[in-house]
Design a protein around this ligand. Structure first.
Ligand code: GTP
Ligand code: MG
Length: 313
């Protein structure tokens, strides 16, 4: 629905001239030059410019508001998520790390934040016919912890997993996709930026504006730090509590003795839950179960989209 020019907070005399000149709705006037509006309405260019600024600013706000709840739900469902190859984690996240939203991953040193980010950098490239996103990755490294050899291991494990699905299903689409889905191609689609400080990070983000608009699924990692209080000390996310509002979801990785756990602490749609995970040679994985047929180092790719249930690796 187009908003009427008469409903905008423009000076009444100018508004009356605009409407009298035939500019009834936002659509009638929004794409015109200042001089055209001034000429048609018989007002000064300054007045026309001021009116156009109000119309554009408030008009774009009303564009944002024009979605129905159903449209928002459909958009959300169409976005999908990136699987982590840890099925327990995917489950508490509602299918994987959601696309189009900010997920903050925080936790103490050595717990696995970088490993999870590397796993996601690979997994987002899984071809669509396997239920993946066929995406690319931009990786901003602010702590010089990116290891290409490790990425190769994770990529090889991912390719092997998909090739075993291909062998099991014998589907043409899978075979075709596997011709392109190689470890080398995965690496060539991870765009790596090393950032020494936040100024460099911001500079990279600005130069990548167009690229980000087309590609980027954003993953943030937030280092934990120790907050010293008079009686005791706490481990808290280093970027502080106010930062928590910027991210849609917060995933905290933590230790319980020698075991690694992930807790979904904040999420608009999923309940708070904790699961156990491990980091293996292949990457981020479930903790092994006692049942070999449920071996979680062999995760399914997006089980909701999988055509058959008999994949084994
Ligand atoms: P900080 O960056 O220090 O805050 O830690 P982080 O949370 O990013 O930790 P990271 O993801 O680097 O995890 C480090 C842990 O991952 C190590 O302690 C190892 O247990 C595991 N890890 C790292 N590289 C490998 C590898 O090549 N093979 C295996 N199996 N495990 C690895
Ligand atoms: Mg790290």
């Amino acid at each position: 629905m187009q908003r009427e020019v008469g409903s905008f907070p423009i000076a009444p005399s100018i508004r009356a001239r605009l409407v009298a000149a035939g500019f009834h709705t936002l659509h009638d006037v929004i794409d015109l030059a200042v001089s055209e509006v001034a000429g048609e309405a018989g007002i000064s260019e300054e007045a026309a410019q001021e009116a156009l600024q109000i119309l554009k600013r408030q008009g774009s706000d009303s564009q944002i508001l024009k979605h129905t709840a159903l449209e928002l739900l459909e958009q959300e469902q169409a976005q999908g998520c990136i699987i982590t190859f840890c099925s327990a984690l995917d489950e508490i996240l509602g299918g994987g790390v959601p696309l189009g939203k900010i997920t903050e991953i925080c936790g103490p040193p050595g717990v696995g934040k970088t490993q999870l980010c590397m796993q996601l950098a690979v997994d987002v490239q899984i071809p669509e016919c396997f239920g993946g996103n066929d995406g690319e990755t931009v990786y901003f490294d602010t702590e010089s912890s990116f290891r290409v050899e490790r990425l190769v291991e994770i990529a090889n494990a991912c390719v092997l997993h998909c090739s075993l699905i291909t062998q099991a299903h014998q589907e043409e689409g899978h075979s075709l996709a596997m011709q392109r889905f190689t470890a080398n191609n995965i690496l060539s689609q991870i765009y790596y930026f090393s950032c020494q400080d936040y100024i460099e990070l911001l500079a990279h983000i600005h130069t990548l504006k167009d690229f980000l608009a087309k590609h980027l699924k954003v993953i943030l990692t937030n280092q934990m730090t120790t907050r010293i209080e008079p009686r005791e000390s706490f481990l808290v996310p280093a970027l502080g509590d106010s930062w928590a509002h910027a991210a849609t979801s917060r995933l905290t990785l933590h230790w319980e003795g020698m075991q690694r756990y992930a807790t979904l602490c904040k999420s608009p749609g999923q309940k708070e839950s904790t699961i156990q995970y491990q980091i293996t040679h292949q990457g981020f994985r479930d903790v092994q179960t006692a049942h070999p047929e449920m071996d979680s180092s062999k995760p399914e790719i997006n089980p909701r989209k999988r055509p058959r249930e008999d994949d084994t690796e």
